[in-house]
Design a protein around this ligand. Structure first.
Ligand SMILES: Cc1cc2nc3c(=O)[nH]c(=O)nc-3n(C[C@H](O)[C@H](O)[C@H](O)COP(=O)(O)OP(=O)(O)OC[C@H]3O[C@@H](n4cnc5c(N)ncnc54)[C@H](O)[C@@H]3O)c2cc1C
Length: 392
């Protein structure tokens, strides 16, 4: 199928007919929540045959990674076609066929910095949902101060020997591979001795330990590296220049997290949830309606700003420092929207087994958005220094 060459209107029509036959009805419930995401990977257990079929159908034509080049199995769509793709998914209320750290973070970094061999090896497996990645950035002393990573990679001639610990590694216990920041030169200035490396989670010496949260469940893990041998070819880009890749990847992560306000990724359109949770009497309350309007207008503004920056980033450099602004606005707004949904639902909304399903859990999860990928305070710091040019 050669969508990439089609004009927007023909593309929309042929995409519509493709979706008609290839997107199962059961995947048209608009849910893209923590519980319904298809993450893929070697050990992935599909929640239904429909979820599997939807992922495979989309992967076959590259629609799990619409903008990635066809040479690696992506759909090679233009920016405009990608927007149409998202609009058409929203029109039929479809779930995203596959979401993953490979798609959001590693893929863009490999496309920009990886060798041809690395692209050929990893990208097709990410596109087909066969390889699940986790992110080994944070350490006990390196969260907001990320460049403080201490996990050590010693040059042993034909390989690196890795020792150290990562923390908050989401889904490390389920991932096949990890992309990690490691210190390859302890004597260099903080930002200059870091490398970006790819590690098979099945390598001897890699272990993970889930971190239990107060809810009893958690995606978080601690990840340990104990004399792990990693081939030298697994370093992405130049040795000791991993900080540039780390920052580039973060701009994609932050842009992705900022998109949570758009309904499509949060899976909870504000108006529909309020109509369901608030009941008719509360819905006629002028202050509730005004707050909902304000949130929706802000969401539209954030969405349009995101689109504007993506258009500007077409040249290939990503959205850069503006990703800090998008992340700050998107995640703070998303928290406000969930606060509104919860307050409209009253005490019933807190009941996780009640009529409102996972709403309470999604509300709690929205709070983590403004921590992961860099906290709101740190985003404000970046905005003030690098965008507004205020003194550090
Ligand atoms: C849901 C979730 C998933 C995550 N998944 C991953 C993952 O998969 N892989 C991974 O590597 N990491 C992951 N993280 C970790 C995340 O990246 C860190 O939590 C985050 O970068 C903040 O670092 P920290 O927790 O060490 O907080 P700290 O850096 O200790 O910050 C504590 C507080 O101090 C404030 N602060 C710190 N420095 C400054 C400053 N310069 N100016 C103003 N305020 C400051 C912070 O804003 C915060 O309020 C995840 C976190 C969450 C919440």
């Amino acid at each position: 199928m050669s969508w990439a060459t089609q004009d927007p209107e023909s593309f929309r029509q042929s995409l519509r007919s493709w979706l008609d036959t290839h997107c199962p009805q059961a995947m048209r419930d608009g849910l893209n929540t923590e519980a319904t995401i298809c993450w893929g990977g070697k050990n992935w257990e599909f929640t239904s045959k429909h979820q599997k079929l939807w992922m495979q159908n989309a992967a076959e034509v590259g629609l799990t990674t619409p903008r990635w080049p066809a040479a690696y199995g992506g759909a090679g769509l233009s920016r405009e076609q990608d927007k149409i793709y998202l609009e058409e998914l929203a029109r039929i209320n479809a779930r995203m066929p596959l979401l993953s750290f490979g798609i959001w973070m590693l893929g863009p970094a490999l496309l920009a910095f990886g060798s041809e061999a690395q692209k050929q090896k990893y990208l097709p497996q990410i596109i087909r949902g066969e390889q699940r990645w986790c992110q080994g950035y944070s350490e006990p002393g390196a969260g907001s101060d990320l460049a403080n990573v201490q996990t050590k990679a010693e040059d042993m001639g034909d390989h690196y020997l890795i020792n150290g610990q990562k923390i908050w590694t989401s889904y490390a216990d389920k991932a096949d591979w990890i992309f990690a920041l490691v210190r390859t030169d302890r004597d260099a200035p903080k930002h200059k001795g870091i490398s970006f490396i790819l590690i098979d989670m099945e390598s001897e010496g890699v272990s993970t330990r889930p971190i239990q949260l107060i809810s009893g469940a958690s995606a978080f893990c601690e990840t340990f590296f104990d004399n792990v041998k990693v081939p030298k070819e697994n370093v992405v880009g130049e040795v000791n220049k991993g900080w540039d890749i780390a920052k580039y990847l973060l701009t994609h992560e932050r842009e992705m997290i900022s998109g949570n306000n758009q309904g499509l990724t949060s899976g909870r359109p504000l108006g529909a949830v309020l109509a369901q949770t608030a009941g008719e009497e509360r819905l006629s309350d002028a202050s509730l309606r005004a707050a909902a309007m304000e949130c929706e207008i802000d969401a539209l503004s954030v969405g349009l700003t995101l689109e504007r920056y993506k258009d500007q980033a077409e040249a290939g450099a990503g959205v850069g420092d503006a990703s800090a602004m998008l992340k700050y606005m998107g995640t703070e707004l998303n928290k406000q929207r969930y606060e509104l949904m919860m307050s409209a639902g009253g005490s019933e909304a807190i009941d996780t087994d009640g009529a409102h399903g996972d709403l309470a859990m999604d509300w709690l999860r929205s709070k983590a958005n403004s921590i992961e990928g860099g906290t709101s305070e740190v985003m404000l710091g970046i905005i003030s220094r690098r965008i507004l040019g205020l003194p550090g």
